[in-house]
Design a protein around this ligand. Structure first.
Ligand code: 5GP
Ligand code: MN
Length: 314
């Protein structure tokens, strides 16, 4: 594995940087990417954020959110000095890698990252990739502006469940304190990102109606069939409503995209859900993980329930 000092040195020597993060992007993926863009631009470099997916609207308050592009479909690869992959190994960035060529650097906090060690920096102690970017900017002696700090704050807030999960550390809180010093207003960010439409809250009630307890009450799930998945503009925060159930270790949210594809999200209070996600080709962290299942709704539902029940027995 390379060091963060090494990453800093390579970025210092580059002029033109393309930044990308995982598909199905969350606050950490987008926050880390935009923080890096603002930071690099603040020292006179050119940086572009490219993500191969739809962007969640609840994150559109971040500065320069509107400048994020999908990978251009060009015959020839577009050259860049550094191709920076954040918050995932390069296997989950869609077609972005096909559009650019440049030296790859990968920064991540996922324990399941199995990227090439000669260009990868992983720190699984860090709650968010945004925390690692915070450390990196310190090494590069880049001043935290309000723009950079807002992006880093949202990344850390997202991945710690607004500083409630077990991954929240003193390091997180110190970094957050410095973001507030730089001008971030937590209430403004929370009000914007947590806002939901009336229709979404009604759909949330329907989703809650699918709630099932299983594995002797140690797991709880909500299961959205294709129709309900299409109706839900977002499922952000749904799983948090069931992870609080007394006696439940693993919470699961299943969404059915079509007859051949379902998405699963898991949260736990103790059990290793990254291991369960990996058994379906996904990954994540011990207490938060996900996977895409190439199955229809009922098949995916029974497969994930069986895997969770087995994991909780073992
Ligand atoms: P979420 O449930 O919020 O989609 O994801 C929870 C955690 O698991 C996140 O850290 C996310 O990056 C990771 N994760 C979710 N889906 C996948 C997947 O398909 N593959 C891998 N490697 N990680 C995933
Ligand atoms: Mn993350």
């Amino acid at each position: 594995m390379i060091s963060l000092e090494n990453v800093a040195m390579k970025l210092n020597g580059a002029q033109n940087i393309v930044i990308t993060a995982h598909t199905n992007p969350d606050g950490d993926a987008i926050g880390s990417s935009l923080a890096m863009k603002h930071a690099l631009e603040s020292v006179g470099k050119r940086a572009k954020v490219v993500i191969d997916d739809k962007l969640p609207r609840h994150l559109s308050c971040l500065p320069d959110f509107d400048t994020i592009i999908r990978p251009p479909q060009t015959a020839e690869k577009i050259p860049c000095d550094i191709f920076l992959v954040l918050d995932t190994a390069p296997d989950r960035i869609g077609d972005t890698q096909k559009s650019f060529e440049g030296e790859m650097l990968n920064i991540d906090h996922h324990i399941t990252n199995k990227g090439n060690p000669s260009c990868t920096y992983v720190d699984a102690k860090r709650a968010a990739t945004a925390e690692i970017i915070y450390e990196l900017l310190d090494i590069m002696q880049i001043t935290l502006t309000k723009k950079i700090a807002s992006c880093l704050y949202l990344g850390m807030a997202t991945d710690t469940g607004f500083f409630k999960f077990a991954n929240t550390t003193a390091f997180t809180m110190n970094a957050v304190a410095n973001c507030l010093e730089a001008g971030v207003k937590p209430n403004e960010i929370a009000e914007f990102t947590e806002q939901k439409s009336y229709e979404t809250v009604k759909t949330m009630a329907e989703a809650m109606n699918t709630l099932e307890l299983f594995a002797d009450g140690r797991a709880a799930g909500i299961f959205l069939n294709e129709e309900l998945t299409k109706k839900a503009e977002t499922t952000e925060g749904f799983i948090d409503q069931i992870r609080i159930i007394e006696g439940v270790d693993i919470a699961v949210l299943l969404k059915c995209n079509n007859a051949r594809e379902c998405r699963v999200s898991m949260r736990s209070k103790g059990a290793n859900v990254a291991k369960i996600a990996e058994s379906f080709g996904g990954g994540g962290h011990i207490r938060a993980a996900g996977a895409t299942l190439n199955m229809g709704f009922y098949e995916a539902k029974s497969a994930i329930m069986a895997a969770i029940t087995f994991a909780l027995k073992g």
